[in-house]
Design a protein around this ligand. Structure first.
Ligand code: SF4
Length: 427
């Protein structure tokens, strides 16, 4: 057995190898720097705002979030985000800057009070209108059914030329799952009503998020969830695999079970008329790839992005940073700093680490691009990864078309091990 085969066989059994990179935050301690990540020379980027408040906290959630507090605390949070964006705009945005995308996520942005939600959307739109938007710009905002209402949709619709996509977390409709995970989606009829209002108000694209990878998730449960999808028929559908890298003792299905769950969902999704290659996690009814332009730019093109708000991630061609809040700091402590941009974690990364991050994120799409890899490495990836590519192609874990590498079904089954062969050796 070659070294590559041995590595692959070992990593097949380790669920930590997934789309999360680095495997452990301490893996990057060597590259930690005190300077914040500069975007002064970046003229092509996307924005993200993190709203960390949720109505209730789902047990399986890895994101940085806090239980919704008072309107005045939300307001304080938004004032700091506004000030951070304003400072960034003054420092790093010029007449040449092109904005590729703008996502607002969390947490749950729609958990804000109506007044604060209006403040957020108007603030975001005000900044976007000062920058040249890319032609394929499609801003997106995350929502839950139990926090959205007609008023918030109306606020969004005033800027539907910017935020033309809304993404609802559904995950599952199974009552036991929802109860065990402290989650509430509400009635299907209300979801249908919300969809109807969104469409009436000019939101062109609705996405639904589903999840799989739970230990007791059955085919019947997934079929019932897909019945709700069939009733709603969102333009985009995203299926997330449960990740537990940051969760203590949360049970996860085996790689084989997860593959079976994904395959089952995939057949149902394609059966409804959605398009998407086996191995991708996004599907579309409208001829695109099912992503907001922020996600497309970030995941598929390795583009630069600037994140605002607690724990928001930013990346450029030299490194990556997290705003304050990533390491479990309390909301009060973060707010007391009056900016989320200082005292976070910044990493100046060598090309091999940047490449590892790109490959991990591209794993969501079940594909990655040798030309993007070459741009990151400034070396020919066919030569750098000659052994790994030979092994993966010969064993039909991936297939090649031009510069694109696609996971085959066998590669999807062991996708963590496939991606890990391109990771820097230290991880
Ligand atoms: S609503 Fe979303 S962000 Fe909030 S806890 Fe649940 S999964 Fe996490």
């Amino acid at each position: 057995m070659t070294e590559t085969e041995k590595l692959f066989e070992t990593r097949k059994e380790i669920s930590d190898y997934n789309t999360s990179y680095p495997l452990h935050p301490s893996d990057w301690s060597t590259w930690k720097v005190s300077d914040t990540l500069s975007f002064d020379d970046v003229d092509d980027l996307s924005f993200y705002i993190h709203i960390p408040f949720c109505q209730s906290l789902c047990r399986y959630c890895e994101y940085v979030k806090y239980k919704k507090t008072s309107d005045s605390v939300e307001r304080e949070y938004l004032d700091i985000v506004d000030s951070d964006v304003r400072e960034f705009m003054g420092q790093s945005v010029t007449g040449e800057t092109i904005l590729r995308g703008f996502d607002i996520g969390g947490g749950t942005p729609t958990a804000l009070s109506t007044e604060n939600f209006a403040m957020l959307i108007n603030m975001a739109a005000r900044y976007v209108r000062r920058i040249k938007m890319a032609e394929d710009f499609k801003g997106s905002i995350e929502a839950t059914f139990n926090t959205i209402d007609e008023n918030k949709i109306a606020i969004l619709s005033e800027h539907s030329d910017i935020f033309s996509r809304i993404s609802f977390g559904l995950q599952s409709t199974n009552c036991t799952f929802l109860r065990d995970n402290n989650r509430d989606n509400g009635q299907t009829q209300r979801m249908a009503d919300i969809f109807h209002i969104c469409r009436e108000q000019g939101i062109s694209t609705i996405n639904l998020d589903l999840m799989y990878g739970f230990v007791h998730q059955t085919k019947e449960e997934m079929k019932a969830t897909m019945k709700v999808v069939e009733r709603l028929m969102p333009e985009h559908l995203t299926v997330y695999e449960l990740r537990t890298n940051m969760l203590n003792r949360y049970p996860i299905a085996t790689a084989e079970q997860r593959f079976e769950q994904y395959s089952y969902l995939y057949d149902l999704i394609i059966g409804l008329g959605y398009k998407g290659r086996f191995g991708m996690n996004t599907f579309s009814l409208i001829g695109d790839n099912g992503l907001s332009s922020y996600l497309q730019h970030r995941m598929m093109k390795n583009g630069s992005y600037k994140g605002f708000g607690i724990a928001a991630q930013s990346k450029n061609d030299t490194g990556l940073s997290y705003n304050i809040g990533k390491n479990g700091e309390s909301l009060k402590s973060c707010l007391s700093k009056k900016t989320f941009e200082k005292d976070g974690d910044s990493y100046k990364l060598p090309p091999r680490e940047l490449l590892s991050k790109y490959v991990a994120i591209s794993g969501y799409c079940g594909m990655f691009d040798l030309s993007v890899m070459e741009n990151i490495l400034h070396l020919d990836p066919d030569i750098v990864f000659e052994k790994e590519l030979g092994f993966l192609l010969n064993n039909h874990y991936i297939e090649k078309n031009g510069t694109m590498l696609y996971l085959t079904p066998e590669g999807v089954l062991h996708y963590g091990a496939v991606l890990s062969l391109f990771y820097n050796n230290r991880s």
